[in-house]
Design a protein around this ligand. Sequence first.
Ligand SMILES: Cc1cc2nc3c(=O)[nH]c(=O)nc-3n(C[C@H](O)[C@H](O)[C@H](O)COP(=O)(O)OP(=O)(O)OC[C@H]3O[C@@H](n4cnc5c(N)ncnc54)[C@H](O)[C@@H]3O)c2cc1C
Ligand code: SF4
Length: 507
Amino acid sequence: MSQTTVWIFADQLSHRWAEWLRERGLGQANAQVLFVESARQLRARPWHRHKLIFVLSAMRHFAEAMRAQGWRVDYRRAPTFLEGLKAHLAEHRPHRVLVMRPSTWQGAQFVESRLKQALPDLALEVMPNRMFLAKPQDLGTARSPLLETFYRNMRRRTGYLMDGGQPAGGKWNYDDQNRLPPRKEWRRGATLDIPPIPAFPPNAITRQVIAEVAQIETAWGALEGFALPVTREDALRFFEDFVANRLPNFGPYEDAMVSGQPTLFHAVVSPLINVGLLERDEMCQAAERAWREGHAPLNSVEGFIRQLIGWREFIYAIYWREMPRLREMNTLNAQRPLPAFYWNAQTDMACLRESVRSVWERGYTHHIQRLMVLSNFAMLAGVLPQAINEWFLSAYVDAYDWVVTPNVIGMGVFADGGIVGTKPYAASANYINKMSTYCQHCRYRPDQRLGEDACPFNALYWDFIDRHAERLGANPRTSMPVKALRQMPAAEVAALRAQAQRFLDSL
Ligand SMILES: Cc1cc2nc3c(=O)[nH]c(=O)nc-3n(C[C@H](O)[C@H](O)[C@H](O)COP(=O)(O)OP(=O)(O)OC[C@H]3O[C@@H](n4cnc5c(N)ncnc54)[C@H](O)[C@@H]3O)c2cc1C
Ligand code: SF4
């Protein structure tokens, strides 16, 4: 009987494979499954150790689960992906190889170009990617597509939170209820009412992976403390806990940042959904059910569903529309190298120090530290967009090129000149002080612009507005700070420029 090898990549660990293969007439009798761990890939950049542990452990558990379902599994460790495939072909001699189109540009290049060049006689079939809903054409034709338009179309298409063709509750968007700052008692240090996220202690497979990752000399981040779920069953339990305990407060405190509480009411599901252990639709359905059954308010549920069928799918569609040029964009001509504190957390700036420490400890911060602290600083300081992009790709457990590059190059540092968002997310210390508890433990004063104790974000912010006044002044969404700058006394503007320069020289 003709034999097919199904090569499953590490970010394609979906429980739907059996169903997808059945649609193609494939089953345990005429197909076997291949997984390859590439030693070169594990050392391709300073990956966070938790990322390596998570991906390797999830892939090994997934292979075991397929074996338990009666599939013949060839799990290979090889110097490179290509060598792993060649060794498999030599040993098993399948008639053809089936892969699902990778989610990233480099992955697709590997499958569609390198493999074909290296193995011209290989009967290779590339099936469409089943992990995402959106395609570039769903963005319409505008250079800067609007998330809100895209999201409403996705709501209509999926039917989530729709009542008779209208948005549930009468509104598409409850963002105005989702911007609460930290509660007063959290500012005083009381965080007992924030539910902890469940921990899944490493089993024997994960412990073996941890021992191997400890030997990868190029890796970064803490080795200890890994507690993410690595199987479908545990991923579902992890998500159920979010729906029961954190979803009700997810919306209102979505943008709040609290010292020592990096996850707050967030779902922390991005590592799981990005490798396929959880699915967009089951998460949206569970969240909607929680609202319809009265367990969670509409503003939280709508906010969560918007992240999944709005932002996540929007970002994926933009990636595929704009690559490969997106990765190289540098509209603001920023050239500074990435400051060392992104790697070692050695800075007096409490917001940056705590955010980097959280990344070191668990490869995670929630969205607002990524956007309004880590990217905001890089943008204001004029860091080379490709340098901060590389850092995000390496340092987070949930990082993959399709999601990092549009979020960093586009949303984070505005190097795309306004494709992902219509304006730069630039903010001074005022925003961080309002939305976080960091400034309380900082050596700098968020309310001062000039002098030794002034928060560096302030001078950097005005210096950024000054440097890009022409571009920002021409955009109605960003012209206000340019007008404010123009009304400042010339001596104050000069002092802010000098303060920003002194700080940048000290980095
Ligand atoms: C500079 C920057 C870098 C980012 N890097 C990554 C990354 O490497 N990997 C990653 O998955 N997300 C990334 N994001 C998007 C977002 O910050 C994370 O998905 C989110 O913080 C993950 O935590 P969570 O699961 O607790 O999310 P929640 O706040 O609980 O949201 C639920 C889910 O919505 C999805 N989502 C929300 N916003 C986005 C978005 N902008 N893009 C894509 N998906 C989104 C994620 O799947 C997330 O798990 C980045 C955003 C920025 C601004
Ligand atoms: S004072 Fe400035 S540097 Fe310090 S935590 Fe606040 S925003 Fe960050």
